[in-house]
Design a protein around this ligand. Structure first.
Ligand code: ADP
Ligand code: MG
Length: 408
C-alpha cells in the first residue's frame, strides 16, 4: 500500500468551494494509486461558528474553574464536524470514505488534558479501512487516554496528528495543506516579498516553527524527523509544488546534504513577550539565588525563554499574559527587577550559520541601520535570536530579510 497522509487546516475547510478543492486533491491521490489518510482541523478560525475558539467562548465566565476533561470533550467537537462534512463531500465524488475520531484511529495519549502527548499509535483500524478501499478521514488535534478519556493535543495539534500517523503508518509522505504555497523566508503577512523555499531541512523548519513561524507545529516536525518521513507543505488552492522538508536534496544522490547551499533559510518572529532583568549583585550565594528564581517561575507554571545568566543579573522573557504574575512573585521574593513589556523575539534561522563568520555582524548592522535597538541576543549553530521592542518588530524582520538577500 502506498500510504499518504494529507492534512488540511481550518481555512482549507471553511467553505463548500474549498472543501470541494480538498476533495479533489484527495481524489487525485486515490487515482494515482495512493491510500490517503486525511487529517482535518476544525472549520475556520476564531469567530467562525464551528471553530474551536468559538466553542470555548460558550463556557467562558460561567465558572472560574472550567473542568479540563469536559473542555477537551468540547474542543474535540470541531474536528468531528469538519470530518463529517468532508466525508460527505468525498462520497459525493463517488469515493468510499470513513471518519475516525483520534481514539478510533488509535491515537493513545497521556492524561494531560488540553495539552496531551501522544504515547503511541495503534493503527490497526486505519489499516483495515484502507485495505477495504476507504479513504480514512481522521479528526486532528485529539486522542484518547488508556482509560478511554478524550484528550486534545494543544496548539498545532492537527499537524502533530498528521505526523504521528505518518510515522505509525510508514507513509510515503506527510502533506500539510494550508493557505500559503509553502514555507516562506518570512511570514508573508509581514514581508511582502517573502519567497517560497523549495527545500528546507527538518532542523531549519523546526527552528523556524519554534521561533514563531506558525505554518507548521515544531512537534510535528520532530515526530516526522525521527523516522525521516518527508514532509511537504503545500497550498490547498494552487498547484505550486510547495516546500519539501527532508534531510536530503531531492535532485541529488540520496544522502547529499543540503545544508551548505545557503546561510540563512528564513526569519521568524514571536510578539508579545516581556523581558525581566533581575539584579543579583547583592546575592551572597549567586547559584542558589539563580536556582530560586527559576524554581519560583516553574512552580507558578510560568515558562521562561531567552534565558541569560550573568555574573550580576539573570535575564529572561515570559509571555506578556503572565508578566504581572511573574512581577508579583519576584516582588514577594524581594528582588530588584527591571521589566520591559511588549517586546518581540526576532530570529534568523539557517543550517549554514554554523562556522560562517560575520553573520552576527551583518545582523547587528542591519538592525542598527534600521534604527532598531537590540535588548538581548543569543545564538546557536542554526539560529541567532534578538529581542527588540515590539514596535520595532516589523522593521527588524524586513531589514533582516533584505540584508540576507532573502528576497532574491
Ligand atoms: P492552518 O490553519 O492551515 O494550519 P496556519 O495559520 O496554522 O494554517 O499556518 C499558515 C500561516 O502561517 C500562513 O497564513 C502565514 O501567515 C503563517 N506563516 C508564518 N510564518 C510563515 C512562514 N515562514 N512561511 C509560511 N507561512 C508562514
Ligand atoms: Mg496550523
Amino acid at each position: 500500500m502506498h500510504i499518504l497522509v494529507q492534512k488540511f487546516g481550518g481555512t482549507s475547510l471553511a467553505t463548500d468551494e474549498r472543501r470541494a478543492q480538498v476533495a479533489s486533491i484527495v481524489s487525485e491521490a486515490v487515482h494515482e494509486g495512493y491510500s490517503p489518510v486525511v487529517v482535518v482541523s476544525a472549520i475556520g478560525r476564531s469567530g467562525d461558528p464551528y471553530a474551536t475558539d468559538t466553542f470555548l467562548t460558550m463556557v467562558k465566565g460561567i465558572h472560574p474553574d472550567l473542568p479540563k476533561r469536559e473542555l477537551d470533550l468540547l474542543m474535540s467537537c470541531g474536528e468531528v464536524i469538519s470530518g463529517t462534512v468532508l466525508v460527505s463531500t468525498l462520497k459525493s465524488l463517488g469515493l468510499k470514505a470513513v471518519l475516525l475520531t483520534g481514539g478510533q484511529a488509535g491515537i493513545i495519549t497521556n492524561n494531560d488534558f488540553g495539552d496531551a502527548r501522544i504515547v503511541r499509535v495503534e493503527p490497526a483500524e486505519i489499516l483495515e479501512q484502507l485495505a477495504g478501499g476507504y479513504v480514512v478521514v481522521v479528526t486532528g488535534f485529539q486522542g484518547v487516554t488508556e482509560n478511554g478519556q478524550i484528550t486534545t493535543l494543544g496548539r498545532g495539534g492537527s499537524d502533530t496528528t498528521a505526523s504521528a500517523l505518518g510515522v505509525a503508518l510508514n507513509a510515503e509522505s506527510i502533506d500539510i495543506y494550508t493557505d500559503v504555497e509553502g514555507i516562506m523566508t518570512a511570514d508573508p503577512r509581514i514581508v511582502e516579498d517573502a519567497r517560497i523555499l523549495d527545500t528546507v531541512t527538518y532542523n531549519e523548519i523546526c527552528q523556524l516553527a519554534y521561533q514563531g513561524a506558525k505554518v507548521i507545529h515544531p512537534r510535528a516536525v520532530e515526530i516526522a524527523m525521527q523516522r525521516n518521513i518527508p514532509l511537504r507543505i503545500k497550498s490547498t488552492f494552487s498547484k505550486a509544488p510547495g516546500t519539501l522538508v527532508t534531510n536530503m536534496h531531492p535532485d541529488r544522490e540520496v544522502g547529499t546534504d543540503i545544508t551548505t547551499d545557503r546561510i540563512i533559510a528564513g526569519i521568524a518572529h514571536t510578539p508579545n513577550v516581556t523581558q525581566f532583568k533581575i539584579m543579583t549583585t547583592d546575592a551572597s550565594n549567586k547559584q542558589l539565588t539563580d536556582k530560586r528564581i527559576f524554581k519560583a517561575m516553574a512552580l507558578a507554571d510560568i515558562s521562561v525563554d531567552f534565558i541569560s545568566v550573568q555574573p550580576e543579573a539573570v535575564l529572561y522573557t515570559v509571555s506578556d499574559e503572565v508578566a504581572a504574575k511573574a512581577v508579583q512573585i519576584l516582588q514577594n521574593m524581594d528582588f530588584e527587577t527591571e521589566v520591559v513589556p511588549s517586546c518581540a523575539k526576532v530570529s534568523i534561522v539557517g543550517a549554514g550559520i554554523a562556522g560562517v563568520p560575520g553573520v552576527m555582524a551583518d545582523m547587528v548592522e542591519a538592525l542598527s541601520d534600521a534604527g532598531v535597538t537590540i535588548l538581548q541576543s543569543a545564538d546557536s549553530h542554526t539560529t541567532i535570536w534578538v529581542l527588540v521592542h515590539q514596535r520595532d518588530m516589523v522593521t527588524a524582520v524586513q531589514a533582516l530579510h533584505k540584508k540576507f538577500n532573502l528576497d532574491i
